[in-house]
Ligand binder design. Structure first.
Ligand SMILES: Cc1cc2nc3c(=O)[nH]c(=O)nc-3n(C[C@H](O)[C@H](O)[C@H](O)COP(=O)(O)OP(=O)(O)OC[C@H]3O[C@@H](n4cnc5c(N)ncnc54)[C@H](O)[C@@H]3O)c2cc1C
Length: 446
């Protein structure tokens, strides 16, 4: 086979639109300069199988893009055929079995909105545009995620094209090694997921938010409180602190303390709000909203206001359980050096339960801190591009690892799997992809 014969589209570097096609799928406008050898947009599973066999014959590797929301453009690798999965966005909802089957290129928000319209729920991510392909492989911080778990814990099975060009099903009982790896490998997964089988849930009766806004001068008080109250916050609440130079997209430098709540009963809803109502720093807030039951579209609008499109981004993150005293001086420096909006810092109160499922995902901690440097013009990249990386590097001694959702592994590495899970992952990779058809992560700790 010297020519790739598929029903989908094939773009070679000499195509006049090659660059536009390759970069077009990316949320992050930073051009990493890397280009694939070929880009293929498959229309059917047979196209993917043919592409895998073709790549092997030609000595090329495979990289994959579903929604293009990898901050580090993990899918752009030289010497690779880039599989753009955009056509794999079909889904079906099986109410009787409480299962959804969905292609990797469906937006999580699209699936969740459809489900909620039918009184159902899935722990999808917080922003529109993020597709379930990359999202579920890396773990998945979700709406209602503290109660329902990392989103990958709701993956019951996957249909995968493997490095030897076969379509297989992976679940707890079939190809369990692939099933284990696919829930946490993120951008280092060694197969092409063509469909997910997902556990779905009844829609919670209440969903909404409550916000307290603080000036940045209160940073020390606010984060001391957040650190202290964190363990008590019920798992019906995603408690986040968002610091930026334009609090709530309206005011000056400040911190939004947000309680995003999903609850099934009135009592649960009241419990969820109690820590905000009793907050010892609430009188320092310049604005306090009551709890507001919101349609999910509004919750998405709130989240998206921090991540505008057509921007350049440099992000990094860490898990930690360090003391408030050791963290706060770094948070102050982050605030003092923070570039203009949409750049922001997220502090997510996590405090995970002991996980029941055996899956690759294995690094998490009480607090998640992520920095999102965002700027409009490419000319500002030298100025702002490494801000997130540099601030995280300074705090690396306080970190217990990173989360692949917001990885910047092309710039800085830290652990994202436990030692035992790296070892297990390497063993499965060697068996499933001995010829290294698929790429690993940009970097990993040595
Ligand atoms: C604006 C924004 C908001 C975000 N919000 C959240 C959030 O709320 N919660 C959260 O957990 N994360 C969030 N993220 C992070 C996001 O989940 C990850 O970047 C995820 O990888 C994006 O998935 P994708 O399919 O859109 O991206 P892609 O860039 O297409 O995929 C990322 C990587 O996953 C692998 N991959 C993708 N599809 C497949 C496939 N079908 N088969 C095999 N491998 C595949 C590839 O290695 C690829 O490079 C956000 C990111 C952005 C930019």
């Amino acid at each position: 086979m010297t020519q790739l014969d598929v029903k989908g589209e094939v773009f070679a570097p000499n195509h006049p639109d090659f660059d536009r096609m390759v970069l077009g799928a990316m949320f992050n406008q930073v051009d990493p300069g890397r280009r694939p050898a070929l880009m293929v947009r498959p229309k059917q599973v047979e196209d993917i199988i043919r592409t895998v066999l073709f790549a092997r014959e030609q000595g090329l590797r495979i990289s994959i893009c579903s929604g293009g929301h990898s901050w580090s453009a993990n899918h752009l690798r030289p010497g690779s055929i880039l599989l753009d999965m955009s056509y794999f966005d079909a889904y079906e909802i099986d109410r009787d079995q409480m299962i959804a089957r969905a292609g990797p290129a469906i937006g999580g928000s699209v699936l969740l909105t459809k489900l909620m319209g039918q009184g159902l729920f899935f722990p999808a991510g917080h922003c529109k545009g993020v597709c379930i392909g990359g999202y579920l492989l890396q773990g998945g911080f979700a709406w209602h995620g503290r109660k329902l778990g990392m989103a990958c814990e709701s993956v019951l099975g996957l249909d995968i094209v493997t490095a030897d060009g076969r379509l297989v099903h992976a679940s707890a009982t079939e190809n369990p090694d692939l099933y284990w790896a696919a829930r946490g490998a993120g951008g280092g997964f060694f197969g092409i997921v063509v469909r997910f089988h997902l556990r779905i849930y009844p829609r919670p009766r209440y969903g909404g938010m409550l916000v307290h806004g603080f000036s940045m001068k209160h940073l020390e008080h606010v984060f001391h409180w957040a650190h202290e109250v964190g363990p008590e916050v019920p798992n019906t609440v995603e408690f986040q602190l968002l610091a930026s130079q334009r609090a709530m997209n309206l005011f000056g430098p400040g911190i939004e303390a947000v309680a995003a709540i999903f609850a099934d009963t009135k009592e649960e809803l009241a419990d969820a709000q109690a820590f905000m109502r009793k907050s010892p720093v609430k009188n320092k807030a310049f604005i306090r909203t009551g709890y507001w039951n919101m349609p999910i579209s509004l919750m998405y609008r709130f989240a998206m206001s921090h991540y505008p499109e057509k921007h350049h981004w440099g992000v990094d993150n860490m898990w930690t359980h360090a003391s408030a005293e050791s963290l706060i001086p770094h948070l102050r420096k982050i605030a003092d050096t923070m570039p203009p909006p949409p750049t922001h810092m997220l502090w997510l109160n996590w405090h995970p339960p002991v996980r029941q499922s055996s899956m690759a995902f294995s690094v998490e901690d009480n607090i998640y801190i992520a920095l999102y440097g965002g700027w409009k013009h490419a000319a500002d990249t030298p100025r702002y591009g490494n801000w997130a990386r540099d601030r995280m590097q300074e705090m690396a001694h306080l970190s217990t690892g990173i989360q692949l959702a917001d990885e910047g592994l092309h710039k800085r590495t830290d652990r994202f799997l436990s030692d035992a899970h790296y070892q297990k992952m390497d063993g499965i990779r060697l068996q499933r992809d001995p010829g290294q058809l698929f790429h690993e992560w940009h970097s990993r700790p040595v």
